[in-house]
Design a protein around this ligand. Structure first.
Ligand SMILES: C[S@@+](CC[C@H](N)C(=O)[O-])C[C@H]1O[C@@H](n2cnc3c(N)ncnc32)[C@H](O)[C@@H]1O
Length: 214
C-alpha cells in the first residue's frame, strides 16, 4: 500500500507536512477532492449526524471541528443543519481558507499533541469531531484524544476517523489510547465502523469511532 500523507508530495516529517499545508492552503480542496477523490469528510459527517439525531442532540449543539483545515467538514455539517460549529487547527493558513466559507462561529489556532493543553475550557462542547487528523504523519493519540475528551461535557460525543494504513501502527498509539480512556471511564464506545475515505488512491477506507464522554 502506498504510504503518503497530504498530496503535494511525500513527507518525511511532521514539520515538512505542516510547511506544505501553510504554503498550499488555497490548493487543498482541489488537491484532495479532485486528485485523491477524498470523501472521508462526507462519509464521516453522515455517520456522525445519523448518531446525533438518534441520540436527540439538537441541531444547535456546540461542535468543535478538530483539525478543521479549510472547512470541508464544517460545510458537510452545515448541509445537514448542524450549524453551531467552531474550528480548531494547527495551521493558520488553512483556517484562513476555512473562514472564507463563512460557516464557523469561532476559530482557534492550536496544536494537539503530547503534553499540549489546548486553549479551551473543560466540558465546553457537546461534540468534538476530527476527520483526517489521525492519519499518516499527522496526529498521534497521546494528548490529542485526551484533550478532545476534556473539552466535551459528560454525555457529549468525541468522534474521529483513523486512516486504515496507520490504524494498527503502534507508534501512533491509537488502539492503546482508546482502550486506556475506556478503562479509565473517560469515555465509552458508541459505535465503530469502516467508512469510504478516498476513491482515487490505494487508501480507500478509514475506521470511524464515536465515543460518549462519561
Ligand atoms: C488531512 S487535513 C484534514 C482537514 C479536514 N478535517 C478535512 O477533512 O478536510 C489534516 C488537518 O490536521 C491539521 N493538523 C495537523 N496536525 C495538527 C495538530 N497537531 N493539531 C491540530 N491540527 C493539526 C492540519 O493542519 C490539517 O488541517
Amino acid at each position: 500500500m502506498e504510504k503518503e500523507a497530504y498530496g503535494c508530495k511525500k513527507h518525511e516529517t511532521y514539520d515538512a507536512l505542516m510547511a506544505c499545508y501553510e504554503k498550499a492552503a488555497s490548493e487543498y480542496d482541489e488537491d484532495v477532492k479532485v486528485h485523491r477523490g477524498y470523501i472521508g469528510h462526507e462519509t464521516a459527517t453522515e455517520r456522525l449526524v445519523t448518531t446525533l439525531k438518534q441520540l436527540e442532540f439538537p441541531e444547535d449543539c456546540r461542535i468543535l471541528d478538530v483539525g478543521a483545515g479549510t472547512g470541508l467538514v464544517g460545510v458537510e455539517l452545515c448541509k445537514r443543519q448542524f450549524t453551531n460549529v467552531d474550528a480548531l487547527d494547527a495551521s493558520d493558513a488553512l483556517l484562513k481558507e476555512a473562514e472564507k466559507k463563512g460557516i464557523y462561529k469561532n476559530f482557534f489556532v492550536d496544536v494537539l499533541g503530547p503534553n499540549q493543553r489546548i486553549q479551551l475550557d473543560d466540558d465546553c462542547y457537546d461534540v468534538a469531531f476530527a476527520v483526517g487528523v489521525f492519519t499518516l504523519n499527522h496526529v498521534k493519540a497521546e494528548g490529542a484524544m485526551d484533550e478532545m475528551a476534556r473539552v466535551v461535557r459528560p454525555g457529549g460525543l468525541v468522534s474521529f476517523t483513523i486512516r486504515e494504513d496507520v490504524m494498527f501502527e503502534q507508534e501512533y498509539g491509537y488502539e492503546a489510547k482508546m482502550d486506556q480512556l475506556c478503562r479509565e471511564k473517560v469515555w465509552k464506545l458508541v459505535s465503530k465502523s469502516e467508512e469510504d475515505y478516498h476513491s482515487k488512491t490505494d487508501i480507500r477506507k478509514c475506521y470511524f469511532y464515536i465515543y460518549q464522554v462519561m
